[in-house]
Design a protein around this ligand. Structure first.
Ligand code: PLP
Length: 432
């Protein structure tokens, strides 16, 4: 299915094409330091430019394109005929874009490579981030190793202990992985004083990463975020731009899972942009799938909120469950996030994207059915998209075309499948 495609020369920025202006980030009305000012200190400067740019197309640095190619881009776009047959709709054409071929196992490497490149441009000696399940941390560890720069990753204690293989993977790539809360920051110490065995949270780990970068003024250390920010979504558009070259026909439905929104935006924004401008995809429906355990798009409010629990980052307008929302510990940890990226939230509000939510067990069953018919074990996050594909395919008119993003493989998530579905699940018991 990979016709003669190459890695795109530009990333796409949907913001200037949105039908109404994107509400800008805001500082909260308190007496603490400006959060927007803080962002400028901790992020690589080119990322700040990209966050606020009105350019439609952003040139991908040649070095980044070269590394995209070495890491496996363009990624394949394949038909899933066996899967379509297994769900009783052999007439429906299902295609998937497979980001799991990247050595990080997910799409996260697309932005990690770009962000580390820009950090180096600013003279950084170390990149810093947080991770819970470890997908983002792994991508940063790999990108840092490619550029020969130090990576420090604050990993929530619960995951540090329960997901040792992700931690080993980051460590094997040379990253320093720190159990969060830690003694390296004042924030970490405060939580450890309250409870020396504190399980940690993504909010605390973000707070620790930011404080650690600020300890030396954000000169040699730079903070790298894994989702939600507009520049992350921009970098991920390589996925959709490649898909535009690879697709044999315009899909009726395009589907992706949403944690913060980056893989979904990556696949769909080049197409939604064309729809907005009347250049194509006029009949295509775009469907964003979330975990029922973190239902920000289907049950959240559209309002200004902090993207992080500690309230260190600026307020952004988004669908949110509130920054203090603590989702139950589901296995698709990458979807346990309280908000959806501002541009995606606006597109939902305007009706360009339809959100839908599914509970964990059905999702993992759908993932297993995909593995047993198409040979790829999907990440539990990506399996949310697969679950939606089943419902949509079943109701679709004859000969419909569906495209979805298989954002990652699940080879390090086998424990999730085993714990929820058991060890010897019979194929006949997987029915929809
Ligand atoms: C494989 C995979 N898919 C999806 C996501 C969700 O993130 P986003 O919505 O930013 O794509 C994650 C997050 O960790 C992930 O690891």
């Amino acid at each position: 299915m990979s016709r003669n495609v190459d890695v795109p020369r530009y990333w796409y920025n949907i913001v200037p094409d949105l039908p109404v202006p994107l509400p800008p980030p805001r500082d909260p009305l308190d007496d603490r330091e400006s959060r927007i000012g803080l962002l400028v200190k901790i992020l690589p400067s080119r990322l700040i430019d990209q966050e606020f740019t009105s350019e439609h197309w952003i040139e991908i640095p040649e070095k980044v394109r070269e590394l995209y190619r070495k890491m496996g881009r363009p990624t394949p776009l394949n038909p899933a005929e066996n899967f379509a047959r297994a769900i009783g709709r052999p007439d429906v054409k299902i295609y998937y874009k497979f980001e799991g071929v990247l050595p990080s196992g997910s799409h996260k490497l697309n932005t990690a490579i770009a962000q580390v490149y820009y950090a180096l441009e600013d003279g950084a000696k170390e990149v810093v981030t947080e991770t819970s399940a470890g997908q983002w941390g792994t991508a940063v560890a790999i990108a840092a190793s490619l550029f020969g720069i130090r990576a420090t990753i604050f990993m929530t204690r619960a995951s540090y202990r329960s997901k040792p293989y992700r931690r080993y993977l980051m460590q094997m790539y040379g990253a320093t992985v720190i159990e969060s809360p830690s003694n390296l920051t004042e924030l970490g110490k405060k939580f450890l004083e309250q409870n020396p065995e504190h399980p940690g949270s993504l909010g605390i780990a973000i707070g620790e990463s930011v404080e650690y970068v600020l300890q030396e003024g954000g000169v040699e250390r730079k903070y790298l975020p894994g989702s939600v920010m507009e520049f992350v979504l921009i970098h991920q558009t390589v996925i959709g731009l490649e898909a535009l070259q690879q697709l044999p026909e315009e899909p009726d439905y395009v589907i992706g899972c949403v944690g913060g929104g980056s893989n979904f935006a990556g696949l769909t924004y080049p197409m939604i942009g064309m729809k907005i401008k009347g250049e194509g995809f006029t009949k295509t429906q775009f469907i964003a799938v979330e975990a029922a355990a973190a239902p920000k798009m289907t049950k959240g409010e559209y309002r200004y909120d902090h993207p992080d629990t500690a309230g260190i980052l600026p307020l952004v307008k988004m669908y949110t469950l509130g920054k203090d929302f603590v989702p139950p510990p589901i296995h698709a940890a990458g979807l346990r996030y309280h908000g959806a990226a501002p541009s995606l939230s606006l597109l939902i509000k305007l009706g360009y994207v339809k959100p839908i939510a599914y509970p964990q067990e059905e999702v993992l069953k759908a993932g297993l059915l995909f593995a047993r018919t198409e040979g790829i074990m999907p990440a539990p996050e990506s399996a949310h998209a697969i679950r939606a594909v089943i419902d949509i395919a079943k109701k679709a008119p004859p000969n419909s075309v569906i495209l979805f993003n298989l954002s990652g493989h699940g080879l390090l998530d086998l424990d999730a499948y085993r714990k929820v579905l058991g060890e010897n699940i019979d194929t006949t018991s997987i029915s929809f």
